[in-house]
Design a protein around this ligand. Structure first.
Ligand code: ATP
Ligand code: MG
Length: 322
């Protein structure tokens, strides 16, 4: 298993946690796992160099605070294993340019920032290299990353077809938290946009305040109006926290206006606080002594480099470069 998260904010949000990190937690008992802080991806959009280093540490601390077991999962910073970039160059030679331009995340970020550097265009080939360099098969991600996993599969197929069987085709592991909308109702929750996020660093009061202000079904204006739960970000989060019988009661109560948005949000806040409250406390404790986090990342680089080197050498040899 391989997955990576970008240090594009001071803290991960609940969408990153419920999709990618929960995916790692589900697989860490049964799979060889590599969990990456993908800093070379984070520099494909405008960023502040003074903050990047600390953000890498924060995110690694959040992996641990969320329950990632460093005895089972190798945690590593992408730029500590430069072989990823070299493999990306080799693989990139197999892919026609329009394939890159079609990908939705490229189009979205290009539109958001008004321009795009080569790094943003090349993002999916580096991501394919991140995964393929460890011959990973399972990749827990959110829904937005599915096209990138499909791209990585195609790259693996092309390489295998051209140079002989080398890479397994990876698949996305998609779970219930795969798409968490922003609490302001504007598309997906996103670290870099920073609006409408619930963060893993938020304390109880902040979580309750953010949820109390969250947008719900826009058609439900008065308490007596019936609502449509599938249009409501609060209900989507309930889907990740609330057991099935209660979830059905909430959906029915929303549709019949038997339950109001305030009550629905309070029920959710109790669940989220019980989960994220202790996580934020563990995060703070880890960041008070970040040496332990740094040691874990240094050990991760030591483990990953020979693995990455081996695949890179194999690919170079098959391509006639050695
Ligand atoms: P950025 O805005 O910088 O792209 P992000 O919030 O999209 O940040 P990434 O680091 O790009 O986070 O992605 C990390 C993981 O979180 C990926 O597996 C991605 O699919 C997942 N993810 C991102 N946003 C959401 C979301 N709204 N709901 C569920 N999963 C998400
Ligand atoms: Mg993203």
């Amino acid at each position: 298993m391989f997955t990576g998260l970008q240090p594009t904010a001071a803290s991960l949000h609940i969408g990153n946690y419920l999709s990618a990190i929960k995916g790692v937690l589900a697989l860490q008992e049964t799979h060889e796992c590599i969990l990456c802080v993908v800093d070379y991806h984070a520099i494909t959009v405008p960023y502040d160099p003074a903050q990047l280093y600390q953000r890498r540490i924060n995110i690694a601390a959040e992996y641990l605070a969320a329950g990632v077991d460093p005895e089972r999962v190798t945690m590593v910073v992408q730029s500590d294993v430069p072989e990823h970039v070299e493999l990306a160059w080799l693989l990139g030679c197999l892919v026609p340019v329009p394939k890159f331009e079609q990908l939705p995340t490229y189009k979205d970020k290009k539109a958001r920032y008004g321009s795009a550097g080569f790094g943003l265009l090349a993002y999916p080939i580096l991501m394919a290299a991140d995964i393929l360099i460890y011959k990973a098969e399972a990749v827990p991600v959110g829904k937005d990353q599915q096209p990138h996993i499909e791209f990585a599969r195609e790259v693996a197929r092309r390489f295998n077809h051209t140079f002989g069987p080398t890479f397994p085709e990876p698949h996305a592991e998609i779970n219930a938290g795969a798409y968490i909308p922003s609490l302001d109702g504007q598309g997906a929750m996103s670290k870099s946009s920073g609006k409408g996020t619930l963060n893993l660093s938020d304390d109880e009061a902040t979580i309750r305040r953010k949820l109390a202000r969250a947008v719900t079904d826009p058609a439900r204006i008065r308490r007596t109006d019936p609502g449509e739960p599938t249009r409501c970000p609060v209900y989507t989060l309930h889907g990740c926290y609330t057991p099935q019988p209660e979830l059905e009661q909430i959906a029915a109560g929303c549709r019949s206006a038997a339950i109001g948005c305030l009550e629905c949000k309070r029920l959710l806040a109790d669940e989220v606080v019980a989960d994220l409250g202790p996580l934020a406390a563990r995060r703070a404790a880890l960041l008070a002594h970040p040496d332990r986090v740094r040691e874990i990342l240094a050990a991760g680089a030591k483990t990953c480099r020979p693995l990455a080197r081996q695949t890179l050498d194999e690919a170079r040899h098959k391509m006639g470069l050695s």
